[in-house]
Ligand binder design. Structure first.
Ligand code: GLC
Length: 523
């Protein structure tokens, strides 16, 4: 059992997401690996973040970028070994970084031995997945859709039954009410906790449970559609997900997960879907459940002042809602939420550094990278391919990040698994030596958050007027000196503010804060 003094968390930590295949390659295969993470962790530590969160590195056929796991307690041989994993954790702790790893309990790969046995009708695995007979006319049991669009049911001729999948048909959904599956979940958690990890990012928690009656979902009203997060171009948003998203006891299931993980483990849930996404995230997280959950609302709504205010007004406890703009699932935000300029990159960095809940920074966003274009031949992501060329651009967000200016940008000695055609001058090597770079600003902003303890402060007041959001933080019971005021000017007009901020995303004189600027005042 590993020593765990490192599991003391700020309430709202800053977490740096690493997509291992695209971080750094030490073997020349063109695919990033765990040793690449270990080697480059120092860069992450200089950002002033609290933790890393590592996307799946488990054995997988990569039918969904590694989120189709064949073995939950092993390392993909292309990405390293268990000894490499242990070294990564040890190095992170040495640098003062906590370690969160991705856990996908909602489904497995269709190549996972559990699924193979379940298909064969092995009685020990019969109930591991969600099998249902067809309707008398041979069609699927109900009208449920996968989050990617096509029906959530695929026919299996061996069992002569349909199986449920919330994502691709290569990702059969586990039956999380089955006691044997729950035992496996606990064993998986214990396995990684014993190896010293400090937290889990729980993939797709909204799909964990469904209504056993398997009733059809009714159509969504316009109001329901507006309150849902997720891609709007898929038919999934046409349904009101009253039967397939955490009905009845769905939210309290997280109390089991908390009990299994233990109190000191940081649990961060991902809400990809569902009506009332923000309310759902709030319901998933409280002291007996998850530390926090996050939705796609801010990122998908281009981080406008309206979207920010809407989220704040819908959550009971903003300290338990995750804040982020880029990920392996979203196009890079520099030119989605901004215009690609350094000014916008820094404004959005300040927005994140002052957010009231846990913050997730995605690898490379500290460089202000824009979304690269890929050709269809390069792309392997099932969602991008399904809607090519109009998909969300998930694969573009996974292009390996530039460490240097050489041909393969210091990512690999070989041929990278995706082309790395970044513009010159964006790399970590270049930006790290200039205090005036985007990277320099990220370091200042995140370090400021950490040193001032914003992650432990409570948002006790906020307002939204025109394009300006004002936030006021304090530590309960403490006086003026501990206070932090933040102004975020999302618009183009000048906003009236106090003089002399402690940190601003752009320079300004006196009390006239220009548009696309954010600033912080202390006391
Ligand atoms: C999560 C992951 C995404 C994946 C999906 C299914 O949303 O972030 O990449 O496709 O779950 O596992």
């Amino acid at each position: 059992m590993a020593d765990t003094p490192h599991r003391v968390w700020p309430k709202a930590p800053v977490i740096y997401q690493i997509y291992p295949r695209s971080f750094h390659d030490t073997t020349g295969t063109g695919t990033g690996d765990l040793n690449g993470i270990t080697l480059k962790l120092e860069h992450v530590a200089t950002l002033g973040v609290d933790a890393i969160y590592v996307s799946p590195f488990y054995p997988s056929p990569f039918a969904d970028g590694g989120y189709d796991i064949a073995d939950h307690i092993a390392v993909h041989p292309a990405l390293g070994t268990m000894a490499d994993f242990d070294r990564m954790v040890a190095r992170a702790h040495e640098l003062g970084l906590k370690v969160i790893i991705d856990q996908v309990y909602n489904h497995t790969s269709d190549t996972a031995p559990w699924f193979v046995r379940s298909v064969m009708g092995d009685p020990d695995y019969d109930d591991f997945y969600v099998w249902r007979d067809p309707k008398p006319d041979g069609t699927a049991p109900n009208n449920w859709l996968s989050q990617f669009g096509p029906p959530a049911w695929t026919w299996n001729h061996v069992r002569r039954q349909y199986y449920l999948h919330n994502f691709t048909h290569r990702q059969p959904s586990l039956n999380l009410r089955c006691p044997a599956v729950q035992e496996q979940m606990q064993a998986i958690m214990r396995f990684w906790l014993d190896r010293g990890v400090d937290g889990f990012r729980l993939d797709a928690v909204t799909s964990f449970l469904f209504d056993e009656s398997m009733a059809d979902n009714p159509p969504a009203t316009k109001a329901v559609q507006r309150s849902a997060s997720g891609e709007t171009f898929v038919p999934y948003t046409y349904q009101d997900h009253v039967h397939d998203i955490l009905p009845g006891d769905g939210l309290s299931y997280m109390e089991n997960v908390r009990r299994w993980a233990g109190q000191d483990v940081f649990l961060l849930g991902e809400v990809t879907s569902g009506n009332n996404s923000v309310e759902l995230a709030s319901g998933l997280s409280h002291p007996d459940r998850l530390n926090a959950a996050y939705t796609t609302d801010l990122a998908e709504n281009r981080a406008t002042a309206e979207a920010y205010a809407d989220i704040l007004s819908r959550t009971a406890d903003p300290q338990r809602l995750g804040w982020w703009l880029s990920s392996h699932d979203q196009p890079r935000h520099a030119d989605k939420a901004g215009d690609g300029s350094d000014r916008d990159v820094r404004f959005l960095a300040l927005l994140l550094a002052t957010a009231p809940g846990p913050v997730i920074v995605y690898q490379g966003e500290e460089l202000g990278l824009s979304q690269p274009r890929l050709s269809r031949d390069d792309v392997t992501d099932p969602l991008d391919l399904l809607y090519w060329p109009d998909g969300p651009g998930r694969e573009g967000a996974r292009v390996p990040i530039p460490w240097g200016e050489t041909q393969q940008r210091g990512f690999t000695q070989g041929t990278p698994w995706l082309p790395v055609d970044w513009p010159q001058g964006k790399s970590i090597a270049v930006q790290t030596i200039s205090a005036h770079s985007n990277l320099g600003f990220y370091r200042r902003a995140m370090t400021f958050r950490r040193e001032r303890g914003i992650g432990d402060m409570v948002l006790d007041d906020w307002s939204h007027e025109c394009d300006v959001i004002r936030l006021s933080y304090g530590i309960p019971g403490e006086h003026a000196n501990g206070r932090i005021e933040v102004v975020l000017n999302f618009g183009t007009k000048t906003a009236r503010v106090r003089k002399d901020p402690a940190l601003a995303s752009a320079d300004f004189e006196g009390t006239h804060m220009p548009g696309r600027c954010g600033a912080i005042w202390v006391g």
